[in-house]
Design a protein around this ligand. Structure first.
Ligand SMILES: Nc1ncnc2c1ncn2[C@@H]1O[C@H](COP(=O)(O)OP(=O)(O)OP(=O)(O)O)[C@@H](O)[C@H]1O
Ligand SMILES: [Mg+2]
Length: 402
């Protein structure tokens, strides 16, 4: 569905509906239909070489119409390259991209960017300083030959959508960073793209403005139902905005999941470390991709002599699943390290390494008797080297990193 038509329904009384056909040339023969008729954006085995270096290696990803996908990963992992191949600024070396069944790129016949009906927003706003805000927004419409009342209506709608209706006559230099980024968003939306591609759009803004702009993006997505592909290396931004997050590393897609699943069930130690806080341990006798309860985990921790040559599995323990007990209520546990008197006691002893104030709580780093590091939260400050009782409630068992 064309998302500006959805927008118009939500903002205005029924109006003449703009369709893709009114934007694309009537005799556009460059659109090639696939036989499967798949809806949404489909990426299959996307591979991109720069000289002999692979920036993308076999990325496969299906994005539903209206979905908000974040591409998340460290610097140099291929996020921008993925976005640029979707936009048509780079051609694939191999693989396949389709949008609602249309071939965009199959590794040999890339459709040019202007025929893809996508919009892109960059980290740097790239606004023309000699044009007013409204002229910046309307520029692409003029290139399409749209003039008069329709031009004015579409510019006004796009500015209203990003809540800048009163700013049309200003030069961009007289706007704040967040407002300039909203102009860039309006400029992208005015052409009614089916897919909006955003490359770290908030990276130049301070923390408070980022939070406010996150709200703007969330609101914009809800109102338009546009398909959004949003590149970031900020996991907080990805978690708070996206329906699903595609985690990338070294040109590969490592995990595709909702924010909740990514946090609770990260696939590998690298993902577990990259997403959220927590401690990663190696233990024997556990099954990858399962939850292990606290008693089982503690028993495994106690039973394991690290000198043994046993097959081990990585597990991640999130800090909110580590309970701390004051030393005066658990003297035996704290004194006895990893050993247990009755074999069922799930408490183990630990020493505090450090307590870091995080505003609403302290982030506490602990050391178990065998040297294992563990992270927990505490409402109060705990002095370094003090002894505490620890109960691990549950953990998630990981697959090995590739
Ligand atoms: N035009 C190019 N020519 C050669 N190598 C390139 C080109 N563009 C990207 N690369 C390389 O491809 C890899 C992926 O780059 P890309 O810009 O996609 O990373 P990114 O995930 O967007 O990183 P960042 O978070 O720093 O923006 C990097 O190793 C980069 O050096
Ligand atoms: Mg980038």
């Amino acid at each position: 569905m064309n998302f500006l038509s959805t927008l118009r329904r939500s903002m205005y009384p029924p109006a003449p509906v703009e369709t893709k056909e009114s934007i694309l040339p009537a005799d556009d023969t460059s659109i090639r239909e696939t036989s499967d008729g798949h809806r949404g954006l489909s990426i299959a085995g996307a591979t991109k070489y720069f000289s002999s270096q692979a920036a993308l290696s076999g990325v496969s990803l299906d994005i539903a119409p209206g979905e908000f996908i974040a591409l998340l990963g460290p610097s140099g992992c291929g996020k921008t390259t993925m976005l640029r191949t979707l936009a048509g600024f780079e051609a694939l070396s191999a693989g396949h991209i389709t949008l609602n069944g249309r071939h965009l790129d199959d590794g040999s016949r890339p459709l040019p960017p202007e025929e893809r009906n996508m919009g892109m927003v960059f980290q740097t706003y790239a606004l023309w300083p000699h044009m007013s805000v409204a002229d910046n927004v309307g520029y692409a419409l003029k290139l399409q030959g749209i003039r008069g009342q329709e031009y004015q209506r579409r510019v006004d709608e796009a500015l209203a959508l990003v809540e800048l209706a009163a700013y049309g006559n200003r030069p961009p230099q007289e706007l704040s960073g967040g407002q300039r980024q909203r102009v860039a968003l309006a400029r992208c939306l005015v052409t009614s793209p089916e897919v909006v591609l955003l490359d770290e759009p908030l990276a130049n803004l301070d923390r408070h403005l980022r939070a406010a702009m996150e709200d703007s993006f969330r609101d914009f997505h809800q109102r338009t139902q546009a398909t959004l592909v949003y590149v970031t290396h900020d996991q907080g931004e990805a978690m708070s905005l996206a329906d699903r997050i595609a985690v990338m590393r070294d040109g590969r897609l490592i995990q595709l999941a909702t924010p909740e699943v990514l946090y609770r069930q990260p696939r590998t130690p690298w993902v577990a470390d990259f997403i959220g806080q927590g401690s990663i341990m190696k233990l024997p006798g556990l099954t990858p991709s399962t939850t292990v309860n606290g008693e089982h985990l503690t028993a495994s921790l106690r039973a394991w002599n690290k000198g043994q040559n046993t097959k081990t599995t990585h597990v991640v323990v999130r800090p909110e699943h580590v309970r701390l007990s004051p030393i005066n209520t658990t003297p035996r546990s704290a004194m006895s390290g990893l050993t247990s008197n009755n074999g069922t006691d799930s408490q183990i002893g630990a020493r505090v390494v450090s307590s870091i104030f995080r505003g609403e709580r302290y982030e506490v780093h602990l050391r178990l008797a065998d040297g294992t590091q563990l992270q927990a939260y505490s409402p109060t400050y705990l002095a370094a080297e003090s002894a505490v009782g620890v109960t691990i409630q549950r953990a998630w068992c990981l697959e090995p990193d590739a």
